[in-house]
Design a protein. Structure first.
Length: 379
């Protein structure tokens, strides 16, 4: 028999004007409890894949703490599941098992919910690595509740301020397709757009957010091929904190302000300036970094041929060091390119340091770069 978490989403009753307010009972985690003694959870989540990298992801935010422990589920080479509203936590791993057996998402939902007497209180989103997606929103979910499926994603939500939340998440995710932006960043920005529209209609409760990315080419720290797992257990602005952690730990462009330094974000800066014609415009395509030795094949080689493994790893380190020396140093050439970009975009201000890379520069550079990636010039 399936163990089901008692996590139910219901519409909050509003006491009529003039009536005396009745104190709302709350669970230990601060979430309101209904008349049946069940906590009222609600969620907006996004399941998505990136066919180019083989990654699958699940991202979520809600007005309850530690959402990452229950809602988002991913598996490398399989897909993603989000189980929410009246959450059945087991639907996550069971759904992934069904996907791994080649069952398409709509049928996965049908099998998960077939003998579920409370299916009308459930909400579940599923996507496989072919980009096929489906979602179930039971009729007893609190208003507003619904979902939207699109190319390589499904977004679902309940107890929202309105359908504009789901629309914002979907539209933002779609707008970054084809830009080369990492799947995790696309998903975080999409969640941020929905959160900005109002998100969960309840205010004053504890809030959290989480994202998980599975990658068949990255064993992760636990050899489980979970390449990224960030959980903001509780925060006044959980999606903003999720984004900050992602940018900071990944050392993505924008996590710091700098004027002369070196690092991975400098490489990203040069790549963008190159695409826009400001840095070495005569050079061909910007070189990709050396392939990481942290792959499934390399882990097998480590067991079967340790000497060959060590040889390849040593060469990879040499190549990575050389790549960093070539493209990871914020040198005079790159500073000149930044200053020209700033001048062309009316971003030069008296007192700015040479080559200043600040929030204004990064915002303008990202906008120009991703627009160029979406609409490359004809050759």
């Amino acid at each position: 028999m399936v163990r089901r978490g008692a996590i139910v989403s219901v519409l909050i009753c509003i006491v009529a004007a003039g009536s005396s307010a009745i104190a709302q009972r709350r669970a230990a985690d601060g979430v309101a409890i209904n008349d049946e003694g069940l906590p009222q959870y609600s969620t907006v989540s996004l399941c998505a894949i990136d066919p180019a990298t083989g990654q699958s992801g699940a991202a979520v935010t809600t007005r309850v703490p530690f959402v990452g422990r229950a809602v988002p589920w991913v598996r490398a080479g399989v897909g993603a599941v989000c189980t929410q509203a009246s959450t059945v936590v087991e639907y996550g791993p069971r759904g992934l098992d069904l996907l791994a057996n080649g069952i398409e998402p709509q049928t996965v939902l049908a099998q998960l919910l077939a003998d579920d007497a409370a299916r009308e209180s459930r909400q579940v989103g599923v996507i496989d690595m072919k980009g096929r997606a489906a979602a179930h929103t039971g009729r007893q979910n609190g208003n507003w509740a619904g979902s939207r499926q699109g190319h390589n994603y499904t977004v679902q939500a309940n107890i929202m301020v309105g359908p504009e939340v789901v629309e914002a998440v979907a539209t933002t995710f779609e707008s970054t397709e084809g830009t080369g932006m990492p799947l995790a960043e696309r998903m975080i920005l999409a969640l941020e757009a929905g959160y900005t529209k109002g998100g969960d209609r309840r205010w004053g409760n504890l809030q959290s957010a989480a994202i998980k990315i599975a990658d068949p080419n990255d064993p992760g720290r636990g050899n489980d091929y979970i390449a990224l797992a960030i959980e903001v257990g509780e925060h006044p602005e959980p999606v903003a904190e999720l984004k900050r952690i992602y940018y900071t730990t990944g050392r993505r462009l924008g996590y710091r302000t700098f004027s002369q330094i070196d690092g991975a974000d400098v490489i990203e800066l040069k790549r963008m300036l190159h695409v826009l014609g400001y840095w070495r415009p005569s050079m061909g395509d910007f070189p990709e970094p050396p392939t990481s030795p942290a792959t499934r094949q390399m882990q097998e080689l480590r067991k079967t041929n340790p000497a060959e493994y060590e040889k390849i790893v040593a060469e990879s380190r040499r190549s990575s060091d050389e790549y960093a020396r070539q493209y990871g140093v914020y040198d005079a050439e790159t500073i000149a390119a930044v200053d020209k970009f700033r001048a062309d975009h009316e971003l030069k201000y008296q007192g700015d340091a040479a080559g200043l890379v600040d929030a204004r520069l990064i915002a303008a550079l990202r906008t120009a770069y991703f627009e160029r990636k979406r609409n490359p010039p004809k050759r």
